[in-house]
Design a protein around this ligand. Structure first.
Ligand code: HEM
Length: 320
């Protein structure tokens, strides 16, 4: 069973990226098996508020935690350098993506997770995100409209036949972006709309789409006409007191290649030089890639061996 990736858009989220200290692997593996239970315990007290938590595992942590071979496409995030803009790669062993309708629920679940992880992890980045008015980001545009839904979303997420032992899992990329809001707000709204590729108030896609608009650059269509989609749940974050305004990008897909292609088109450009204009106002300061195992795998890591390709014994007993 897939982790809780497919949810209605959240109002609040916490993104926590951490490294695992040497020697803490068993404690972390135990905690990961309990995340679903902890989420249930915190979320049950607020029925309808949709608390969920997705766990991602980074490439360098995988062999430290599990004896099963790593998922085929799991690798460290590859940074990108275009003529004007750079996407840095930053390290991360673990990602916790907590979300729901209320920040207090996310906060309480994070507190419970950290109680268990105290002394075992080093927190590298922690962001509390929110949706700004009607599903907008801090650039003031509605964010998430073209996300696939239902079966299309499930298909975009699924690993499927490409790696049967990990079918039902997914990959996730996170990037923290900081906006130059002064420069953005100095831009007339009609020009902002050409940067994003949609109208600001009514959120309708522009018919005369500039080739370097965000929408044009991130729309990927295969030769056979199939659109390659990802599932996003960006959140606004910031601190007006210290002048920080940002978007936390999070994208899930059955293969990282789709997200990597989008990033290549955004930062390097296809053709080179046609970079995404949203980057002229947004600087990426982090970038990490994780595998999202199924809930069943986290509960019982031997469950990945069902296709016989992993050659593992009783991992639960032998490696804990
Ligand atoms: C669309 C904002 C980064 C992929 C959009 C839209 C907005 C937006 C406002 C239009 C509405 C929608 O369909 O959601 C942002 C901001 C970002 C960011 C503020 C960071 C500064 C990224 C990144 C990727 C990405 C890094 C991929 C690697 C997409 C895709 C669409 C989209 C696939 C839908 C395109 C379509 O089919 O129309 N984004 N985005 N975005 N974005 Fe982003």
């Amino acid at each position: 069973m897939i982790q809780d990736v497919l949810r209605e858009p959240a109002k609040a989220a916490i993104f926590l990226v951490a490294d695992v200290r040497p020697g803490s692997e068993a404690a972390v593996r135990d905690l990961l098996a309990d995340v679903a239970g902890l989420t249930r315990a915190v979320g049950f007290r607020a029925p309808g508020d949709q608390l969920s938590c997705v766990v991602g595992i980074g490439a360098s942590l995988w062999p430290r935690l599990y004896r099963t071979r790593a998922p085929r496409d799991l690798h460290p995030f590859r940074g990108l350098s275009g003529a004007r803009h750079t996407a840095p790669a930053t390290h991360g062993d673990l990602l916790f993506h907590l979300r729901g309708r209320r920040l207090d629920l996310c906060f309480e679940l994070e507190r419970q997770l950290m109680r268990r992880l105290a002394g075992h992890v080093r927190v590298l980045d922690e962001v509390q995100g929110f949706k700004y008015f009607d599903e907008r980001d801090l650039l003031g545009f509605v964010d998430g409209t073209e996300n696939p839904a239902g079966d299309k979303a499930a298909a975009a997420l699924a690993i499927g036949d490409a790696d049967p032992a990990y079918a039902g899992g997914s990959y996730v990329v996170v990037q923290k972006y900081l906006h130059d809001l002064d420069a953005w707000q100095a831009l007339p709204v009609a020009e902002q709309e050409r940067v994003v590729g949609r109208s600001k108030l009514s959120d309708i896609e522009l018919t005369d789409q500039p080739v370097n608009s965000h929408v044009a650059v991130t729309t990927i269509v295969d030769r056979d006409g199939t659109e390659r989609q990802i599932v996003r749940e960006n959140m606004a974050f910031g601190s007006p007191g210290s002048g920080e305004f940002g978007t936390y990008f999070i994208g899930y897909a059955g293969t990282p290649a789709v997200i990597e292609r989008m990033l290549h088109r955004m930062f390097v450009g296809e053709p080179p030089g046609n970079h995404d204009r949203i980057l002229d106002f947004s600087t990426a300061v982090t970038g990490s890639l994780f595998f999202v195992p199924t809930a069943d795998f986290l509960d019982n890591p031997t469950s990945a061996g069902t296709d016989g390709s992993l050659g593992i014994g009783s991992l639960k007993r032998s490696s804990r």
